[in-house]
Design a binder for this molecule. Structure first.
Ligand code: NI
Length: 156
């Protein structure tokens, strides 16, 4: 188990495009494990992209609702509908914005063994997929904000 250093607002790596993974090997599996450990160390973290811990590879881990996923080279292959969301991000503590996201998102990725998986998320899970996959292209949730939301510490 290894906890990686989280990267926060203002760190240029959050704006970098992550690179495709050619080979899902032990090194990649170790990074995914470390990302999951780091996610579990956070207070309310649902998911994390690799550049949030300083690694420019297309890797995402999710432990949210009924989904426990380690995704390599994930991409959205289908999206339908629309929903209004409230979004936050581990790299931007205390900030919340309203966004408009698809209601349903289908993602294709490789799992930690290099096998292709296809997974569909609805509602909050669809929001989560969109948010995390955008991180891999250097896009953060604030870029999609339609309004800033004030949430007091009591509500969190
Ligand atoms: Ni985020």
């Amino acid at each position: 188990m290894a906890i990686r250093q989280m990267r926060y607002s203002g760190d240029p790596i959050l704006r970098k495009k992550c690179k495709y993974v050619d080979d899902v090997n032990d090194k990649i599996r170790r990074i995914l494990d470390d990302m999951m450990d780091t996610l579990h160390e956070t207070e309310n973290g649902a998911a994390m992209a690799a550049n949030q811990v300083g690694i420019l590879k297309r890797l995402v881990v999710i432990d949210y609702l009924d989904n426990y996923l380690k995704l390599v080279n994930p991409e959205i292959i289908e999206q339908t509908g629309e929903q209004s969301c409230i979004e936050g991000c581990l790299s931007f503590p205390g900030r919340y914005v309203r966004t408009i996201r698809p209601q349903s998102v289908t993602v294709r990725a490789l799992d930690e063994n290099g096998s292709e998986i296809i997974v569909t998320g609805e509602g909050d899970m669809a929001k989560c997929f969109c948010h995390e996959l955008e991180h891999l292209d250097g896009i953060v949730f604030l870029d999609n904000a339609v309004e800033e939301i004030e949430i007091s510490a009591d509500d969190e």
